[in-house]
Design a binder for this molecule. Structure first.
Ligand SMILES: [Zn+2]
Length: 48
């Protein structure tokens, strides 16, 4: 399963996440700033 690169549109925080964490971020918001996260914040299959 490919990972996703997450870049928060609010605080600019970036990290590589897997599908489970991606879903948590979409459900709960950015862990850093609490901003709303959508699918647009993720890029699939980025090289780590
Ligand atoms: Zn953020």
């Amino acid at each position: 399963m490919p990972d996703f690169e997450f870049e928060c549109p609010h605080c600019g925080g970036r990290t590589v996440v897997d599908e489970a964490v991606r879903r948590l971020l979409v459900a709960n918001g950015c862990v850093v700033c609490g901003g709303v996260v959508t699918g647009d914040a993720f890029t699939r299959g980025t090289a780590v």
